[in-house]
Design a protein around this ligand. Structure first.
Ligand SMILES: C[S@@+](CC[C@H](N)C(=O)[O-])C[C@H]1O[C@@H](n2cnc3c(N)ncnc32)[C@H](O)[C@@H]1O
Length: 238
């Protein structure tokens, strides 16, 4: 039985997801250095969209779009693109990138997973990378159900995030190895990245997979890396 999303949204305890949790992506310095540190590449984004089967004329949405790498590549494929993020600064960077690449058809929406507005059953393909962990597990389920409701039956959904796949007994070694790697390879100070583990809401793969299934998705493929990254290719059943 799906959640009654409208009734939930009318509650006085509905979460305000316009507030940054953990790393502040409304901070101009975070936005300015983001691409260099993440190494978000156009080629990798284009390859991912090809894998998801996005075609010209289809409706695409990226949640927590950041500087708009995926959104702009989707627009270059010919998609009708919704780039959605709570950070006005990130959305400005997305619009700048779209202009520089000549990627028309990118519509930005300043909203979060719990507040975005898209018509029901209107989207062919949704992606979200490294953003859902800003919500705790309770709100992740609500977010996933809202995404499910926005997708057309049969449509695809890709979720990529920091999700712990290591055995719980290996958490300390796994997290410390990841923090070292982020410092050496990506230029994130230990303190910046410690924030992710300490204050944000990354969960375990078995919890995330339960949430995806409860939201109604079929998980078609799960890929794990470094004990801390997971990519899920999912489908809203037709
Ligand atoms: C780590 S960045 C990821 C950016 C981009 N998806 C990427 O892969 O490079 C996280 C993004 O999620 C956004 N964000 C944070 N909380 C959010 C929420 N509740 N709903 C939607 N986006 C959110 C931040 O503003 C930021 O742009």
């Amino acid at each position: 039985m799906p959640i009654d999303l409208e009734a939930l949204q009318a509650s006085d305890w509905y979460h305000d997801d316009m507030r940054q949790v953990g790393v502040d992506f409304a901070d101009a310095a975070q936005v300015a250095t983001y691409d260099a540190r993440q190494r978000s590449g156009d080629a990798a984004a284009a390859a991912l969209l090809a894998e998801l089967g996005l075609k010209a004329g289809e409706v695409f949405a990226d949640f927590g779009c950041g500087t708009g790498v995926l959104a702009c590549q989707a627009a270059l494929v010919g998609g009708e693109v919704h780039a959605i993020d709570i950070s006005a600064q990130m959305l400005a960077a997305t619009r700048q990138r779209a202009q520089a690449l000549g990627a028309t058809g990118v519509r930005t929406q300043q909203a979060g997973f719990l507040s975005f507005q898209l018509p029901a059953s209107s989207v062919d393909c949704v992606t979200t990378q490294y953003a859902l962990h800003h919500l705790n597990d309770f709100w992740k389920l609500v977010a996933l159900q809202r995404i499910f409701a926005a997708l057309k039956p049969g449509a695809s959904f890709m979720l990529r995030d920091v999700v712990y796949s290591c055995p719980p007994s290996h958490l300390k070694e796994t997290v410390d190895a990841w923090l070292r790697w982020m410092q050496e390879e990506r230029g994130y100070s230990r303190e910046e990245n410690v924030t992710h583990v300490r204050d944000e809401h990354s969960t375990f793969t078995w919890v995330m997979e339960g949430l995806l299934e409860r939201a109604g998705f079929q998980v078609q493929q799960a890929r794990y890396a470094r004990g801390v990254y997971a990519t899920y290719l999912c489908r809203r059943p037709g």
